[in-house]
Design a protein around this ligand. Sequence first.
Ligand code: MOS
Length: 779
Amino acid sequence: MAANPEEDKNVGTFPVPDTPRPGEAPKPWEKTNFVGKPLPRVDAHERVSGSAIYPSDVRLPNMLYGAILGCPHPNARVKRLDTGKAEKMPGVYAVISGSTPEANLKWPYRQGRPPKEISSKIFDPHCRFEGDAVAAVAAETPYQSWDALRAIIVEYEVLHFVVDERAALQAGAPLVRDEGNLVQTEKYERGDVEKGFAEAEQVLEETYRTACEIHTPMELHGCVAHWEGDRLTLWESTQGVFAIQSEVAAVLGLPLAKIRVIGHYMGGGFGSKLQPGKYSAIAALLARRAGRPVKLFLSREQTYLMVGNRPPCNMRLKAGVKKDGTLTALDFSVLATGGAYPAGGTVLVDWQVRDLYNCPNVRIESTDVYVNAGPARAFRAPGHPQGSWALEQMMDALAGALKMDPVDLRLKNIAAVSQARDGQPPYVTTGLKQCLEEGAGAFGWIDAREKAIKTPGKDYLLRGVGMASGLWFAGGANPPSTVIIRMFSDGSVNLNMGASDLGTGTKTVMAGVAAEELGVPPGSIQIENADTGTTQYTRPSGGSKTVPTEAPTVRAAAIHVKQQLLSIAAEELKVDVSDLAFKDGMIGSRSDSSKSVKISDLAGLKKRGVIIGIGSRDPDPAGKVVNPFAAQFCEVEVNMKTGEVKILRFLGAHDSGRVMNRLTYDSQVFGGITMGIGLAATEGRVLDAATGRMLNRNWHDYKLPTALDVPAEMVSLPIELISPEINTTGSKGLGEPVTIPTAAAVANAVYHATGVRVTTSPISPMELCKLFSNRSKEG
Ligand code: MOS
């Protein structure tokens, strides 16, 4: 703010030259009151007191409870379905299935560009995965609807199935679709890979696998559907109300204006709630048939089967380096599955290999196959942690082979441009070097790496440290996104945006941005919750773009309010508008301290009743790329008797641009690391080879990391490289980069401790013990 110290002494004047004049671009904040500070959540009380209304809390008068009958087989045709008995059960108001005329609707699955689209039915007679919808009911109570489901008689023609993607393309494998089990093979090549390997002085090759991970958000998937005449209102647990509006409208054949989607709060999504589920459309169909509102939330077991996963990935990576650590070639292949429909099994798995390190010669082949399992959905940094599991373990192995420090090997290969994109555009900012150097310094990397790795007296407890780095391929997004800020005649502020707060603290960040510009306390800003009927259009909250997209939009709306206030004040104070500035709820002359006015005293504001500021976001800079970068470091202790891995500490160094709120920033880092520990060490869908059914479809058998699995010491180290080119707030997005390198860092630490490289996730005690015993047999 005050560049000239003289100005600070000038109490009562307005040394705040930060309000852009009309037509001028907003300058980056130099010093801030709110942005970047550890602001507590503006909606903390609502969230912890239970007064926040999540879709699962909604109860409407006359509301019925819906439930979906899922196919118990991984591959089967419905031969006969009899709902007669269910319809006569007590409390039952609606039963629908594939033979209900209005429920005979297409359900689209699509993937790729141009999209390969496969339509199935909401109730498809051919169920290609366990849990796919066969029929649905609505009754007075949840128990009555579950009883009614059990009364539905279904005869299935049970078909052969394939649930292991490694078997899907083998000769004689059961066919998920008549046209075969191959979704697509995608190829990418730059440079000359053979030449690259010929130039290499060290070549390593390894295969890797990551298990299928399930999103498991706290709040189940579902909605409440209510018709008023021909208008449908859905209270949906979602990451984006407008996405639900458009996709449900398309499925039901309704005009967009006839669907209102309300998503005030939501209890986690991680990508699985970027889109509606069949449950959204089924709830609407049941409600229309029953003539009463219907609440339909899936059971926890159903969420394991029906609403997405991080696809299991099989990878092979061959890498060549020179003795000085320069990468010369990367040859990567992926075999993965998005389940029984085109759902992006291999999407972005190759991105780390393509773009993280300087490498002129890269070849990638990705093969996506069908299996009889539930469709994948975007999952926090889709594809990236899987690719990182391979690339970052390979970098660790290369460093070992070259007798180089793993951090140094990565420093040797930092890229200044996005090599994977056409024309290889430069990054606006690349903090990978700082993440590596400052992260290693803060972690005490060199010391920890060299220090004795045995616990005295307990030589079966081995310690090791490992690290990995990463980048996330997005960093905000271009319009459309609109925000409206209203300042009422008393100076109080209402912020209207359609973006959902996933629990990440979006509202708090936006309140901070508006408060920064308008000079009011963040907690005093009233924020409207996402609702297609009342809030402004935007894309769903995802891709780590919520803050870098919405924050500049909020800032633009606040500046629009300020500029209108300045014109009013200029008239009333009889001062030129360019001489005016804001401070602490006042507007005053920069040159004449006697001329100032409290905003709420402006006669023009009182007369108009409200000032409406409309904000939109400028496009990302042309010809440049905005991506976040990361490096994470961890220390583990491995029990050689039991195979248990205790993660002792973690440090995440992240270049996500400006820290918008230090508390929610750190929460993202800790949450992302926790989720990455799940991928590394505890999580994995188990599909039974004999029956094709999922065996661990609940929170007891599916092992999410708990407080006992995460380290007591977690450190978040922001690397704040701020450029006005990023956007008008300087933020690049954080939610996904924080989980990309985690799992590989754990695997590298386990290797450092034990000399055993675990290439298959999760690193379970049993798997480790097997590897230890193999090694001692070989030894
Ligand atoms: Mo994210 S996987 O874009 O919610």
